[in-house]
Design a protein around this ligand. Structure first.
Ligand SMILES: NC(=O)c1ccc[n+]([C@@H]2O[C@H](COP(=O)([O-])OP(=O)(O)OC[C@H]3O[C@@H](n4cnc5c(N)ncnc54)[C@H](O)[C@@H]3O)[C@@H](O)[C@H]2O)c1
Ligand SMILES: O=C(O)C(=O)C[C@@H](O)[C@H](O)[C@H](O)COP(=O)(O)O
Ligand SMILES: [Zn+2]
Length: 380
């Protein structure tokens, strides 16, 4: 078990990373729960796998779980589901000092976190992330949001959790496609500011993704997978906690680096209708390759670095090109989605670009017309 501290003044919390945390959820949440009933928001897939084990643990501590079980997937991050979540929490009699539980991936964490920010102007919440993406990224840092007709994550709030419980054992039930999507956000930490972590990723991706080495015994394989996952999560969360502590509300530009690949990625998610056609992590993978290629085109980065990034993401089973997405749109249409990006200031949209692997920075001299022309070439 490993605890990473998010040292925000007055709102500090721990991210606990370990195995079996869900089975012992009552014990880990002790001190955060004040009532006999515990409101939990989750999705259907997660409920099917973990509802019983959570109920058993809470019952052992004399508590009763109260469930809101939502449909799975990005389509759940919408106004109607947010309203449902807020009404559920109000009907459960949640007070400001209570902590509700978000059990699931980033969709549930973002939605339940926003509902918690709104209920009586803010109750507490505990993030219990069950996907790799949520364990390495979305459960930490307090960004909560839903998507709106205008775009991705456009209605939201900064609302920090009281505690994060990342149970590495939960990843054993996660489909490979979802593991790969989450892995894109792991690689992101290397690309932002840590070239040696990117090299670690190149060496350990197969274990993080659970791809087995036929020469090892079953228990040795399981051990190395669990160890690599734990290391990837602890490293990612530590990197994110450091950034969030210094720039919680994305005002200095440092936190914006966590948006590497997201300006392109969010446009791709909008264009594909927030559907299973393209998962968030997959959109980020393509987006990071586009950011790398645009950095090369702008004379900022060596082409060999961009090739290395594409090669690693592709070997990890992630999409790396617009061609693979078979979109029916122009570069200008993709650039149009970007005009809703939250980084936009006074008509200028800064982009997270790279001077090399581990050397991301915020580039403020980008003309969207040039981005559209670049994307037209990438789409061809
Ligand atoms: N707030 C942030 O800082 C932040 C950061 C990154 C991403 N996000 C958001 O996170 C969302 C993506 O999150 P995600 O990739 O976790 O997707 P998700 O929440 O849709 O989960 C992916 C799928 O895995 C299933 N699942 C979850 N846990 C499982 C388990 N242990 N075993 C089997 N199946 C399981 C879910 O039911 C779902 O079908 C996006 O909306 C993205 O915008 C937010
Ligand atoms: O925590 C952050 O800051 C991030 O940018 C993490 C991203 O991985 C995440 O997808 C985030 O939700 C994107 O933020 P947004 O502000 O562009 O919606
Ligand atoms: Zn993301």
């Amino acid at each position: 078990m490993h605890d990473v501290a998010v040292a925000l003044e007055g709102r500090a919390y721990d991210v606990r990373v370990g195995r079996g945390l869900i089975a012992d959820i009552a014990q880990h949440c002790d001190g955060f729960l004040h009532k006999p009933t515990v409101p939990i928001i989750t999705d259907v897939n997660v409920a099917q796998l973990y509802k019983d084990v959570v109920e058993r643990s809470l019952a052992g501590a004399g508590r009763q779980a109260r469930w809101l079980i939502l449909p799975a997937g990005e389509a759940t991050k919408v106004w109607q589901r947010l309203e449902q979540a807020v009404d559920f929490l109000l009907n459960e009699g949640v007070d400001r000092q209570d902590n509700i539980v978000a059990l699931g991936g980033g969709v549930i964490g973002d939605l339940a976190g926003l509902a918690a920010a709104m209920v009586k102007r803010g109750c507490g919440f505990i993030q219990v992330p069950t996907t790799l993406l949520a364990q390495v990224d979305s459960s930490v840092g307090g960004k909560t949001a839903i998507n709106t007709a205008a775009g991705k994550n456009l209605a939201g709030a900064f609302h920090q959790p009281s505690l994060v419980l990342a149970d590495v054992a939960a990843l054993s039930t996660l489909p490979l496609r979802e593991l790969r999507a989450g892995y894109a956000e792991v690689v992101k930490y290397g690309l932002i500011g840590d070239a040696s972590f990117f090299s670690w990723c190149e060496r350990h991706a197969t274990h993080v993704l659970g791809e087995t080495d036929q020469t090892l015994s079953e228990s040795a394989v399981e051990g190395s997978i669990a160890e690599a996952r734990q290391q990837a999560i602890v490293h990612s969360v530590t990197a994110k906690a450091r950034i969030v502590t210094r720039d919680e509300r994305e005002t200095t530009g440092e936190r914006a680096l966590l948006n590497l690949g997201h300006t392109f990625g969010h446009a791709l998610e909008a264009e594909t209708g927030y559907s299973d056609r393209l998962l968030h992590g997959e959109a980020v993978a393509v987006g990071m390759v586009l950011a790398a290629r645009y950095s090369v085109r702008s004379g900022l980065m060596e082409a060999s670095d961009a090739d290395r990034i594409s090669r690693h993401l592709s070997r990890s089973g992630l999409p790396i090109s617009l061609a693979a997405l078979e979109l029916d749109c122009s570069g200008a249409q993709l650039a149009d989605h970007m005009t809703h990006d939250k980084k936009m200031v006074g008509g200028n949209l800064p982009f997270v670009l790279m001077r090399g692997i581990g050397k991301a920075f915020l580039y403020r001299n980008v003309a969207l017309a040039d981005v559209a022309a670049f994307l037209d070439a990438e789409l061809a």
